[in-house]
Design a protein around this ligand. Structure first.
Ligand SMILES: [Zn+2]
Ligand SMILES: [Zn+2]
Length: 116
């Protein structure tokens, strides 16, 4: 069976960049690995161009963010990029600065306009 895998970029709250390896299983993406990454490297490899659609799950083996250890992340409702999710109902996107309320599963946020 051929595996389809990709690397997507994510940001930790301290503005640290990292890559997440995602693997396609059925029609969903599963996060299987995370590693620290430098911005120049990400651009060189084209990781910043990766797009994905479908649901986004965490594998049991997923080690979490290399900086803060967070296993959950959220996808910003405004710019569509991935950030570490820390517990608490309010999240701020490290990419575009949008803030919003995290949904219960911590996988996505709704960003309402205004205030920035
Ligand atoms: Zn983190
Ligand atoms: Zn954003």
């Amino acid at each position: 069976m051929r595996k389809e895998a990709n690397i997507i970029l994510a940001k930790c709250k301290k503005d640290q960049l990292y890559g997440i390896r995602i693997e396609k299983r059925d029609n969903d993406w599963v996060r299987t690995w995370a590693f620290a990454l430098k911005e120049e490297m990400a651009q060189k490899e084209g990781f910043d161009k990766t797009n994905f659609t479908g649901n986004f799950y965490t594998d049991e083996e997923y080690p979490g963010c290399p900086y803060c250890g967070a296993k959950k992340c959220f996808v910003c409702g405004k710019c569509g990029k991935v950030n570490c999710y820390e517990s608490g109902s309010r999240v701020i996107c490290g990419w575009c600065g949008a803030s919003g309320k995290a949904s219960n599963d911590g996988e996505s946020i709704d960003v309402s306009g205004g205030g920035f």
